[in-house]
Design a protein around this ligand. Structure first.
Ligand code: SAM
Length: 292
């Protein structure tokens, strides 16, 4: 059997009375070249543990299990484990955890299944929660080396954008703080069943051992990032003044102290400049606790 054979897949799903759930972002891969490539480029290899989110019927899972020592999958839909028991019957290194990736205790899960192993995440994500999943994985500071995921093509451009690029937004800055992102390859809508309305792309985030900047207060820096991008047509200074309620003159002093041009827009600002601005604003408010 080939898990990407459309006729075979249709028959399998019909036999199990399975119908696709749009609400759960169910578009299954049926292009045979995509999953082996994702597994290879995602770092599935001997000695490695892989966490997959949303295995579906296991088309990517099988490629991961062929290459890695152990694969643990978190799947929300209770209708899928019986199908996976059939499609993955030939593997003894796969475990399916039924649950919501936004609620599962990921740190405990990794400790339980992957103790002492390097861990990577590899998944064809449900697109309705792409950003929350990525931010949960990154902000939890899990012992993960890399995250390789399929996302919408436009999301891939935003997630991997560098300062100065048109697609750059608050999410690009957040990703760049935790990881080094890159787009690996594009995937056409026709590679899925059912075909979504949008094309997709596979991205890889290599998690940083240490952050690229050290603001005195990470939360304040990200609040400024969100504020500056909230009105991206305005200059960063004007957008930040509306977002924070800090007067423009006072903010202009913070920009000067941070050495940042007050006429630039948010997308031109680097993480180092956001960190410097955050520290200058904190300094004005007497909140840096001696740092910054
Ligand atoms: N990996 C399969 C493939 O490539 O064909 C399926 C990918 S499909 C785009 C997304 C998968 O994520 C589905 O299996 C869906 O049921 C599952 N899913 C949706 N929301 C989830 C959640 N909150 N937690 C875990 N899995 C979820």
């Amino acid at each position: 059997m080939s898990l990407t054979d459309r006729a075979w897949l249709r028959a399998l799903l019909e036999r199990h009375g399975f119908t696709f759930s749009k609400a759960m972002g169910q578009n299954f891969l049926v292009n045979p070249s995509v999953c082996p490539r994702m597994a290879e480029l995602g770092g599935a290899a001997p000695g490695v543990g892989v966490l997959e989110i949303g295995p579906g019927i296991g088309v990517l899972t099988a490629e991961l299990a062929r290459r890695a020592d152990r694969v643990v999958c978190i799947e929300l839909d209770p209708r899928l484990p019986p199908i996976l028991a059939e499609t993955l019957a030939g593997f003894d290194n796969v475990e399916i955890v039924l649950g919501d990736v936004m609620e599962v205790d990921l740190a405990a899960l990794l400790a339980e299944h992957f103790a002492g192993m390097p861990v990577v995440v590899c998944a064809n994500l449900p697109y309705y929660i792409t950003t929350p999943i990525l931010m949960r994985l990154l902000e939890s500071r899990l012992p993960i080396e890399a995250i390789t995921v399929m996302v919408q093509k436009e999301a891939a451009a935003r997630l991997c954008a560098a300062p100065g690029e048109r697609e750059c937004g608050a999410i690009s800055a957040a990703i760049a703080y935790y990881a080094e992102p890159r787009v690996l390859f594009g995937v056409s809508a026709g590679s899925f069943m059912p075909a979504p309305k949008v094309d997709s792309a596979v991205i890889r985030l290599d998690l940083r051992q240490t952050p690229p900047v050290f603001p005195a207060d990470e939360h304040r820096m990200f609040a400024l990032v969100r504020g500056a991008f909230a009105q991206r047509r305005k200059t960063a200074l004007n957008a930040l003044s509306s977002a924070t309620g800090i007067g423009k003159e006072k903010l202009a002093e913070a920009f000067a102290a941070a050495g940042v041009d007050p006429t630039v827009r948010a997308e031109r600002l680097t993480l180092a400049q956001f960190a410097a601005l955050s520290d200058a604003v904190g300094e004005q408010a007497g909140e840096n606790g001696g740092k910054g």
